[in-house]
Design a binder for this molecule. Structure first.
Ligand code: AQP
Length: 342
């Protein structure tokens, strides 16, 4: 598909997180931390993507609570509802409607190439929901319902954003509306773009990993964080001096990457500080650093969660605002497609 982006509308950021469990350090570094920075640079729309969450089973009794949990994590991480729009996906109709139109634009071959579906479905793909397979089409609808131009995500979402660009380009082309949808730019680079499991440096840290020791949750207390870091898998060598020497040592690379993302230092500076030292010393420093960054977020989250009505009020006001932006865009799409409107 075309790479030519001739869209000339305003810059706008969109991103989302699923309310499918406790958030972890990967979500924080790969997404939330970037969200906070961007809210002072562009108009930002941050969604709690519950329509995505139900692509795998979610207990209906817990879903609303999990949604508030993510909202609280956004706010506790520094997302300011007076600057950014923070709302719940299922409260805004545009997502579902546009997803259907995009189902008729996206090609089956494009979706067959999506590696996240293959990773999540494993050998059970026949038993997975159609929604899980279709997930990236809904993601394209999320972004394009707002004509978002920039999407901060972790590296795992890169392929999905390429599909969003393909869908936008095909829509623009098929309906001879060359600059209707922007070809969004992923904002992936930077520390924390790919935080790996503490138990296996070749797998990403994930909410759905059966081992709780594989991740640091934003709800973990100081003791738990320290224990998980102490137990994190490493190898027999010491900490090396140069970046070349951590290649091929995925667990070491991951811990150094986490340290640098949390501290704001470069990987190289972290190596200079700890080169030649044993992992005991390094892990102890990393645990202190992680606790000092995560503990204040956990405390603030709990404060927000203790007032569910206030959280619901923030989400509902923002959902109205999100609909004000997305409804006219979807109305234009209907017209472009040729629906009569009666
Ligand atoms: N390990 C990670 N490193 C960096 N960024 C990450 N993200 C997720 N894992 C990492 C980023 O967090 C944002 C929200 O992700 P999500 O919850 O909507 O979905 P996900 O990517 O599927 O996250 P999980 O934790 O792996 O959830 P499960 O296990 O439920 O699938 C996204 O920007 C993502 O890139």
């Amino acid at each position: 598909m075309t790479d030519k982006n001739i869209y000339n509308g305003p810059n706008r950021v969109f991103s989302g997180v699923q309310p499918s469990g406790d958030l972890h350090l990967g979500n924080y570094l790969g997404a939330l931390k970037k969200f906070v920075k961007l809210q002072d640079e562009m108009e930002c729309i941050y969604c709690i993507v519950d329509l995505h969450a139900i692509t795998v089973w979610q207990d209906p009794k817990k879903l609303a609570q999990q949604t508030r949990h993510i909202a609280a994590a956004y706010l506790a991480s520094g997302v300011d509802p007076s600057k950014a729009i923070v709302y719940n996906q299922s409260s805004v109709r545009a997502h579902s409607e546009l997803a259907w139109y995009f189902n008729c634009i996206a090609r089956i071959g494009w979706l067959n190439r999506m590696t996240q579906f293959k990773d999540k479905a494993g050998k059970n793909s026949e038993k997975m929901s159609v929604g899980l397979y279709n997930y990236p089409v809904l993601q394209a609808a999320d972004i394009l319902a707002f004509k978002a131009t920039h999407v901060p995500v972790g590296e795992d979402q890169k392929q999905h954003l390429e599909l969003t660009r393909d869908i936008a380009a095909k829509f623009n082309h098929d309906f001879s509306s060359p600059n209707f949808f922007p070809l969004c730019e992923p904002l992936i680079e930077g520390p924390g773009a790919r935080v790996m499991s503490l138990r296996n440096g070749t797998e990403k840290m994930s909410k759905s990993d059966p081992s709780d020791n594989s991740r640091i949750n934003l709800t973990d207390d100081a003791d738990k964080i320290s224990k998980k870091i102490r137990k994190a898998k490493t190898d027999a060598g010491a900490i090396p001096l140069s970046l070349d020497e951590i290649e091929g040592r995925p667990e070491v690379k991951n811990l150094v990457g986490i340290y640098s993302a949390l501290s704001g230092k470069s990987d190289q500076d972290v190596l200079l500080e700890y080169a030649g030292k044993g992992f005991g010393i390094f892990k102890s420093a990393l645990a202190d650093l992680a606790v000092s960054k995560i503990h204040p977020i956990t405390e603030l989250m709990n404060r927000y969660l203790s007032d569910p009505e206030e959280l619901n009020r923030i989400l509902s006001t923002a959902a109205d605002r999100a609909s004000e932006i997305s409804d006219p865009i979807v109305a234009e799409v209907r017209k472009i497609i040729g629906f009569s409107g009666v």
